[in-house]
Design a protein around this ligand. Structure first.
Ligand code: ATP
Length: 659
């Protein structure tokens, strides 16, 4: 239900509307409707109209040629004095037009800064010519195009262009096929505003170009002239300008940059900011089961089509230095999970391999027998699937999937046929003609994977591919990923925060902490010998850095000691690890009971969470320790937050991992 408009807001709003509308109503009521056709078809008016259209068209063309690159520069390049340049661009928007005319005279007039040179070198005189009218119009109108386009470019997340590049598109191809279509509404709106402003330009034109019929006398100038001895004629021409301006605004409806329209710019696919749980973008008539990506792996019971031709297997060898330091070698067909705390450098590592950042450098990057360390992003054959998929919203699932092949020069029919095979292979062939805006999060992720695989990469980079999906879709897409990564002959790096994903999808786990490699090992090795407290905790274990002493006890940083039944043969640093299931909880000191663990801590329950059919209890003692117990045991102990408890672990349950 819509909220009622509050009266204190409604009254000034109505007044504002009246204030704006009244003068326009005046024009409408005072227009000499009877003589309107003859007045508007008179020689003077048609001549001025033709001149106005010519001047505004040239002005638009000039603004596009100069303004588009300038907008791109302002939006995409950091350079000294950028704020100053932006202010300069906006200045003509706020400058009184007559002042703009005076400035133009001082710049390009006969006695201006550039005028004498133009006259001397080229014999060109600008003032009081049609060129002057075009110059004046461009001066005041171009800022509208630049500002509007800069806004559109800023609103376009670079992820789209970067993904296109990773699929093999050259910068020019990316600009033509991704940037331009995606900023088209902003460009269109900016161009229309620029043209309309040029059409209505008066002050700068009359000052710099004069009022010469057939040369510089545009419609606004004619209105001014007519007003002096034919007010009705002025009203008639004003109506013409009013009609043109209204037509422009009506055409622009819904094309304003930043207008939050459904499926608008930058929101296609699982685009940035998209809530994949939002059901509003589902296809009408599809069941939630369909729209959430369930049961679609084998639509209509058909087995997924076989994979189209795959690239030759290529192992990976790389050494990365800078903000991230790591050395990786992996056999072809290996899936590597990249894990680590927030800010550890996982995304930076992927962007380094893609050559999309200068914060770190792949000193060596060899894929198979090819050294691509110095190759630009589009020649590396490294396909990237960003976290949200970044499907190109203006292309269908099929065209998205064919994008890499098309960018690499494959003819359209062939590329589309191969793309269809990939979509079939991933079980989403029936969605080929849908735009990303009509795909669910799970479907969009599969299309993004199909698009990456279809480009024939040697290295596949997946940045948290399941992060934006809800739990049940996540399980489905994980299954799809596992199936298809098993077939992928190159190396695949998956960034993830989810230990289940790391363990279930990967052959190797790369642990990054603070930009450095803590561990690079198979998941089982990670579980057996976690090399840092973070790794152990990621795997759900209790772990503390410790120092094994000569007497066989483990000394913790806070001075406390742990007793282990299996003391290390030599003293040294390591991790003390206890599984949560091995921690027992008691309401009294356990020495008073039959079971008597050698390690006992007194503390308070800080947090209780359920984990499947078990309860995880976080206890604050001298150290933080997690116990995993049954709900029945939790109920028996009457555990709630802040309940005082004793936590115990037998010496046989304390494991020492040497570092
Ligand atoms: N463009 C940048 N300029 C400077 N520092 C950056 C830039 N991007 C990221 N960083 C910093 O680099 C470090 C690593 O960031 P990165 O995004 O690679 O981490 P991450 O492991 O992917 O983190 P998360 O798990 O939160 O996504 C962080 O400290 C981050 O603040």
């Amino acid at each position: 239900m819509r909220a009622r408009t509050p009266l204190p807001l409604a009254i000034p709003s109505v007044l504002a509307i009246g204030f704006l509308f009244l003068p326009l109503a005046g024009v409408l009521t005072r227009t000499p409707w009877g003589s309107l056709p003859s007045r508007l078809t008179s020689h003077e008016v048609t001549q001025a109209l033709a001149l106005s259209l010519t001047v505004s068209a040239y002005s638009l063309a000039l603004s596009l040629v100069l303004g588009v690159p300038l907008a791109w520069l302002l939006a995409r390049v950091d350079f000294p004095g950028k704020a100053l340049v932006r202010s300069l661009v906006m200045l003509p928007m706020v400058l009184p037009p007559t002042v703009a005319g005076v400035a133009l005279l001082q710049g390009y007039g006969r006695r201006g800064v550039l005028g004498p040179w133009l006259d001397e070198w080229f014999g060109i005189t600008i003032p009081f010519t049609t060129t002057a009218a075009v110059t004046a119009s461009t001066f005041v109108a171009m800022p509208f195009l630049v500002i509007s386009l800069e806004g559109a470019l800023n609103g376009l997340h670079p992820r789209y262009e970067e993904t296109a590049t990773s699929l093999g598109a050259t910068p020019l191809h990316t600009f033509r096929t991704i940037t331009l279509p995606m900023i088209a509404p902003g460009l269109f709106a900016g161009a229309a505003l620029c043209w309309a402003r040029a059409l209505g330009e008066f002050g700068a034109t009359i000052t710099f170009a004069g009022n010469l019929p057939g040369v510089t006398q545009t419609l606004p100038l004619q209105v001014y002239l007519l007003l002096q001895d034919d007010p009705e004629g002025a009203t008639a021409v004003s109506l013409l300008l009013l009609a043109i301006a209204t037509a422009v605004l009506l055409t622009l409806r819904g094309h304003w940059p930043q207008t939050p329209t459904a499926g608008g710019r930058g929101r296609g696919g699982a685009g940035p900011g998209r809530d994949v749980k939002d059901s509003s973008w589902r296809v009408p008539g599809t069941t939630s089961r369909d729209a959430r990506g369930h049961e679609e792996f084998s639509p209509r019971g058909v087995r997924p089509a076989p994979a189209p031709t795959a690239p030759t297997p290529r192992p990976l060898r790389t050494t990365v230095t800078g903000a991230v330091e790591t050395t990786l070698t992996a056999q072809a067909g290996t899936t590597i999970a990249v894990v680590g705390p927030n800010g550890a450098g996982k995304t930076t590592l992927l962007r380094t391999l893609l050559a999309l950042t200068n914060r770190a450098k792949a000193e060596t990057l060899t894929l198979g027998d090819q050294d691509v360390s110095a190759a630009p992003p589009h020649r590396r054959r490294i396909a990237w699937v960003p976290q949200d998929g970044a499907l190109f919203p203006h292309l269908t699932a099929l065209a998205n999937t064919a994008y890499g092949l098309r960018a690499q020069g494959t003819p359209k029919n062939e590329a589309h046929a191969t793309a269809q095979q990939w979509l079939d292979h991933l079980g989403i062939g029936h969605l080929a003609h849908r735009r990303p805006g009509l795909l669910s999060g799970g479907q969009a992720q599969r299309v993004a994977l199909a698009r990456a695989l279809a480009a024939g990469p040697s290295l596949l980079l997946l940045d948290e591919p399941l992060a934006a999906l809800d739990q049940s879709t996540r399980a489905q897409v994980r299954h799809t990923l596992r199936t298809h990564l098993a077939d992928f002959p190159g190396v695949c790096l998956i960034v993830t925060h989810d230990p289940v994903e790391a363990v279930s999808l990967a052959d190797q786990v790369l642990v990054l902490e603070d930009g450095r490699t803590t561990q690079y090992a198979p998941p089982a090795e990670l579980a057996r010998h976690p090399r840092s407290p973070w790794v152990a905790r990621m795997l759900g274990l209790n772990a503390w850095p410790t120092e094994a002493t000569a007497d066989g006890t483990l000394r913790l940083p806070n001075g406390a000691t742990l007793t282990t039944a299996d003391p290390p043969p030599t003293p040294g640093p390591g991790l003390a690890v206890i599984t949560p299931e091995a921690v027992s909880l008691h309401t009294a000191h356990p020495t008073a009971t039959t079971s008597s663990p050698r390690n006992v801590w007194q503390g308070k329950v800080r947090e209780l969470t359920s984990q499947g059919s078990r309860m995880r209890v976080l206890v604050d003692a001298d150290l933080e320790i997690v116990a995993e117990i049954t709900p029945a045991a939790a109920a028996e102990l009457k555990l709630t937050e802040a309940t005082p408890v004793w936590a115990g672990a037998k010496a046989t349950e304390v494991r020492f991992v040497a570092l």
